[in-house]
Write a protein that binds this ligand. Structure first.
Ligand code: RP5
Length: 196
């Protein structure tokens, strides 16, 4: 047991204790209420991959698998997870319930619902009573991407390589915009372009 723990620590921090070596064990847990949320939540996963933040992903439903949710939220910290991203739609209690059982930062992504376009998800996640915070992002894809970026910013305080990767992500985003100043060059394909 002792050996396993120190091996895990080495894998996470590298020999120099957090600076130069890549972080390999999952630091972010991405959970979602249903596999139907993956279409949205995969944007969080892809963004973490782009920045090089190790993560795990799984379906954990607050109302369909409440015991699993309790187990996941209670054990995440012990397993080395440092930030949880929770996406859910409709009466979206997953992020709030997770935050109630874990002291880790929980970032909530409101998944767009069919009935109310995600406004129900947004309010369910954002309107937590004082005492148990959930950092709530925008509805849908933008929220999933930003949850990953915010997770990286939180982790960047402890892992310099993640802070640097986030800095690079931001500069290449800026460079992409500056390299494409003409909006008509990228938004209209020949088929959709109106005749002059
Ligand atoms: C929530 O209900 C999930 O987060 C999902 O957004 C929504 C619908 O789930 P499915 O009926 O598609 O499984 O629990």
């Amino acid at each position: 047991m002792e050996k396993k723990t120190s091996k895990a620590r080495k894998q996470r921090h590298g020999r120099s204790g957090g600076g130069a070596h890549p972080v390999r064990l999952p630091l972010v847990g991405i959970i979602m209420g249903s596999s139907s949320d993956w279409e949205t939540m995969e944007h969080a996963a892809r963004t973490l991959e782009e920045i090089g933040v190790p993560y795990e992903k799984r379906v954990v439903s607050a109302h369909r698998t409440p015991d699993l949710l309790f187990e996941y939220a209670s054990n995440a910290e012990k397993r080395g997870i440092e930030v949880i991203i929770a996406g859910a739609g409709g009466a979206a209690h997953l992020p709030g319930m997770t935050a109630a059982k874990a002291v880790l930062p929980v970032l909530g992504v409101p998944v767009e619902s069919k009935a109310l376009k995600g406004l129900d998800s947004l309010l369910s996640i954002a309107q937590m009573p004082g005492g148990i915070p959930v950092g709530t992002l925008a509805i849908g894809k933008a929220g999933a991407i930003n949850a990953a970026l915010l997770a990286a910013a939180i982790l960047g305080g402890k892992y310099p390589q993640i802070r640097e990767a986030l800095r690079k992500y931001r500069s290449s985003q800026t460079a992409r915009v500056l390299a494409n100043p003409d909006p008509s060059a990228t938004t209209l394909t020949p088929k959709t372009r109106k005749p002059a």
